[in-house]
Design a protein around this ligand. Sequence first.
Ligand code: PGA
Length: 252
Amino acid sequence: MRQKIVAGNWKMNKNLDEAKKLIKQLKKEIKGNVNEDTRVIIAPSFVNLHYAAKKTKKSNIEVAAQNMHQSKSGAFTGEVSADMLTNIGVNIVILGHSERREYFAETDELLAKKVDTALGQGLEVIFCFGELLEDRKSGNHFKIVENQIKKALFHLEKSNYANIVLAYEPVWAIGTGETATPEQAQEIHAFVRELFAKEYGNEVADAISILYGGSVKPANAKEIFSKPDVDGGLIGGAALKAEDFKAIIKSI
Ligand code: PGA
């Protein structure tokens, strides 16, 4: 059975004081409110990861990093390695977020390296992909998504997919308040699952979780999550409020 996952991407929000408060609220709100088969993940900024990992250790909340460097170690001022993450108890990393692609020039080729480094260190990867508005308008969204996935992931072995979660995040829906319709999400998710079926067989395709991200909120989560190929969500803005995040988790 595919895992159901709700992950909160905090982006560059919450200083330590604020993170402490939100984690405390989340632990309280989420306790007893989550189905056993649903995983809850939060991704605070690097400086708050150690604290978050320690504080959630005995809870049903898991902690992810929002990025990491592709090299194991070395002279890369300002960067964070995979080993630094696992060493503080962070075993999940988000890679390929559109904001990393757009503002930090992360290419598919670079992401392929990051994925390899993360998996090599035993990290689980939440791999994001998704088209720009102009791609959708021109009808190129299937091709764009296919290329992003092929270039960054299709060199991997079947067995690697036990540690990969996919997240479809149409760029035009991120932080804009505009959500893809449940039908648009389902269409891409089914298309992506079919890509995996062709490349790796049905076993991998059926087992991989595909999350939707882009303006998911309590009011629309249920409808989106009800689609057969949507296995959960990657939540930005609405993950910053414990009540909203809880409501989204409950709607899965
Ligand atoms: P949003 O962000 O929910 O604020 O649109 C989603 C994301 O970027 O992961």
